[in-house]
Design a protein around this ligand. Structure first.
Ligand SMILES: [Zn+2]
Ligand SMILES: [Zn+2]
Length: 112
């Protein structure tokens, strides 16, 4: 895997891209989809590698906890780090779903 030191800037303004489909990085040319796939792979390794037992802050059960960090969006600043929490598998799924809903709602709002 190629390690890129590029901070990546994905244009979300026409004609080069849009909120729904950001254009390729203006610096290195990596596409938004490639970047998302790369991030997901890194995320999975990080989530599995950092899992630990503890008390889930959402449901208060002592379980195996997994790192949850909402994926950065095209409109986030390149240096923005979404907050990290450790959640049990059930709460992790719920948090991921809630995040998806939020992003979908944002897109709908922008498209309106
Ligand atoms: Zn780049
Ligand atoms: Zn939980």
């Amino acid at each position: 895997m190629k390690v890129s030191l590029c901070k990546h800037r994905f244009p979300i303004q026409p004609p080069r891209g849009s909120f729904g489909a950001p254009g390729p990085c203006t610096d290195c040319g990596i596409t938004w989809d490639q970047r998302q796939a790369e991030l997901r792979k890194q995320d999975e390794a990080l989530i599995v590698g950092s899992s630990r037992d503890g008390k889930c802050p959402d449901c208060n059960h002592t379980r195996r906890l997994f790192r949850f960090q909402p994926p950065a969006q095209a409109w986030d600043e390149p240096d923005y780090e979404p907050p990290v929490t450790f959640l049990c598998m059930g709460c992790w799924d719920k948090a991921a779903e809630a995040h998806d809903e939020k992003v979908k709602a944002l897109y709908a709002e922008l498209a309106a």
